[in-house]
Design a protein around this ligand. Structure first.
Ligand code: SAM
Length: 163
């Protein structure tokens, strides 16, 4: 498989899990969290699939395409290791029905360290039945790995549902 094939498979898996999650949470209360704004591509996709729904976006260095910048009141600027605990204190445990984290840097050590932090920081924010999607492998006891039943090729993207 070429590197182009690999990128395409990853993006297809990302879109598949985002579309599935958007359909799953339709009509359900709860916050939607986008961790890692980057260029704003997946934020733009989520807001397209979830029209009218508030999406809280977390990013330490916001520099997305101007068309893909969230409203200021929904942009949480800073390191996730600091902003997620503060967000939980403000909005409460179990307040999120969907969290999508696309935080890969290309440095495996950096990504593993952040994945470990997210494995601890995300679960308290997620409601029962809530969904976590991530580009990284997270350690989430109490969550079911649903990526295989979504038809996601192994390790291309990750999806869990809280029991
Ligand atoms: N999903 C985005 C898109 O489709 O355009 C791409 C996200 S990009 C791969 C990862 C983003 O996560 C970067 O913008 C980076 O600054 C952000 N990020 C990485 N580690 C972070 C951290 N500890 N706190 C906050 N943001 C972080």
């Amino acid at each position: 498989m070429s590197r182009l094939d690999s990128v395409i498979r990853r993006l297809e898996a990302q879109r598949r899990t985002l579309d599935w999650a958007a359909a799953e949470i339709a009509g359900r209360d709860g916050l939607v969290l986008e961790l890692g704004l980057g260029n704003g591509r997946t934020y733009d996709h989520l807001r397209d699939r979830l029209p009218g729904r508030a999406i809280h976006v977390f990013e330490r260095w916001p520099a997305a395409h101007p068309d893909c910048m969230p409203p200021a009141e929904f942009l949480v600027v800073g390191d996730l290791r600091e902003t997620l605990p503060a967000f939980r204190a403000r909005h409460g445990a179990g307040s999120a029905v969907l969290a999508h984290a696309d935080i890969g840097s290309g440095d495996p050590a950096v990504d593993a360290e952040l994945a470990s932090a997210l494995s601890a920081l995300l679960p308290p924010l997620i409601a029962p039945g809530g969904i976590v999607l991530c580009d990284q492998s997270l350690d989430l006891p109490g969550f079911d790995d649903v990526a295989p039943r979504l038809g996601v090729p192994e390790k291309r993207y990750n999806a869990w549902v809280r029991r």
